[in-house]
Design a protein around this ligand. Structure first.
Ligand code: FAD
Ligand code: NA
Length: 378
């Protein structure tokens, strides 16, 4: 074996694929029972509907290198992501756009009129002197839009009273003065035609790649542990950076999600893939309905059943799946200390969202793995 990769998410698999193609013998370990990290999906057994196990994953990129690379393993559908939100019993388009504004204020503002209205309402506070999340949000988009679409939704994401949230968690709030409600602005967008797992498996399908599942890098009873491998061969580590260093500089904080999945005996629950719930009286933040990610499969999926997943958000404990970095000032200090430690770790390369404590979209994880391969490992 020439290279050990800890973690079979997009970061680890991209390195594995490149290295295998260059003739290296690679072993990939993952502590989960499946490959693919958080992009993993599987067919719900009763309906066959593809369910994204760790939250809905939409592929999008403007990076031509990444786009060319991913197309070696899968084709993409022409799915275009759009999100709606149910506020006080009415459905509005997201992100907040001219359609949302005109529906909310029961008006027919032009872009300039809407801009002037929001500017006037935002005058209640100043962004620079805003004392907390609430004042800052009002300073950005004005009280009516902030309270309806941002305040309680964000408070639910953080399970924290909006007045106790720091203004630092937002630098801007998206408002568009056109009717464009396409969620992503990237050059390319779509879902893998045969699903995420088929894509991920094709990346790992090479005689030079061996994948070992249910193997934890920190389990010293197995032969490929940290203790047994560091200094012995190059290692790409994509697990949590604080865990690698036994939390000596403190545990970095994360937000996690809880999912409640349900199979319903109806053909269509909500008519769209993602519906947000920004109001406090609903405990979840959104509902995913997976069949709408693949309208082209409508003859394959059963027409009288559907799978929905309610998403709840909260701070992660150590035993929870880490999803989004919280990134408090303490976390940023801890991260700097871990980066220093990482420099001293001989031939261990920290990568991916957990290894760098960064939210990375899939195209970013793949792009940064391609860079690590090209610049350092190849
Ligand atoms: P991961 O996919 O997390 O893979 C890391 C792997 O390391 C895991 O399989 C883990 O089991 C393994 N591991 C960790 N510790 C150990 C250990 N000790 N021993 C062995 N193995 C270990 N991106 C988009 O582009 N579009 C989206 O719509 C999108 N939606 C998202 C929604 C949610 C809720 C989340 C959390 C992320 C979303 N992402 C999305 C981001 C996407 O999931 C990441 O870009 C991708 O997971 C990054 O891959 P990775 O390899 O860095 O990490
Ligand atoms: Na203001």
């Amino acid at each position: 074996m020439d290279l050990l990769i800890v973690g079979s998410g997009f970061f680890g698999l991209t390195i594995a694929e490149r290295a295998a193609n260059a003739g290296r013998k690679v072993t990939v370990i993952d502590r989960r029972h499946h490959i693919g990290g958080n992009a993993y999906s599987e067919a719900e057994p009763e309906t066959g509907i593809e369910v994204h196990r760790y939250g809905a994953h939409l592929f999008h990129t403007s990076n031509p290198t990444v786009w060319e690379y991913v197309n070696r393993f899968t084709t993409f559908t022409n799915y275009v992501h759009r999100v709606y939100t149910t506020h006080k019993g009415t459905v509005f388009p997201m992100p907040v756009n001219l359609g949302t504004i005109n529906q909310f204020f029961q008006s027919a503002y032009t872009p300039d009129q809407a801009r002037a209205l929001v500017r006037e309402q935002a005058g209640e506070f100043d962004v620079k002197s805003a004392a907390n999340f609430e004042e800052k949000g009002i300073a950005l988009v004005g009280r009516p839009l902030f309270e309806a679409f941002f305040r309680d939704y964000t408070a639910k994401q953080w399970q924290t009273d909006p007045q106790k949230l720091s203004g630092d968690i937002i630098s801007r709030l998206p408002v568009r003065y056109t009717y464009d409600n396409r969620y992503f602005n990237d050059t390319w967008e779509g879902l893998p035609t045969d699903g995420y797992t088929a894509w991920l498996e094709r990346m790992a399908d090479h005689p030079n790649i061996e994948v070992k599942l249910n193997v934890d890098y920190f389990d010293e009873s197995q032969p490929l542990s940290r203790k047994a491998t560091v200094g012995q061969l190059p290692v790409v580590y994509t697990g949590p950076v604080d865990r690698y260093f036994d939390y000596t500089e403190g545990a970095l904080s994360w937000r996690t999600l809880d999912f409640e999945q349900e199979v319903l005996n109806i053909g269509d629950f909500q008519g769209t893939s993602v519906m947000n719930y920004p109001d406090m009286d609903v405990p979840y933040t959104r509902i995913h309905e997976f069949k709408h990610f693949h309208p082209e499969r409508k003859d394959v999926y059963e027409s009288d059943k559907t799978v929905i997943m309610r998403e709840f958000s909260r701070f992660a404990n150590r035993e929870d799946e880490p999803y989004y970095p919280v990134n408090t000032p303490t976390d940023r200090e801890g991260l700097l200390a871990y980066r220093e430690l990482a420099k001293g770790e001989k031939d261990v390369h920290f990568g991916g969202r957990l290894g760098t404590y960064q939210y990375l979209d899939m195209h970013m994880a793949i792009g940064s793995a391609l860079s690590l391969w090209n610049n350092t490992l190849s």
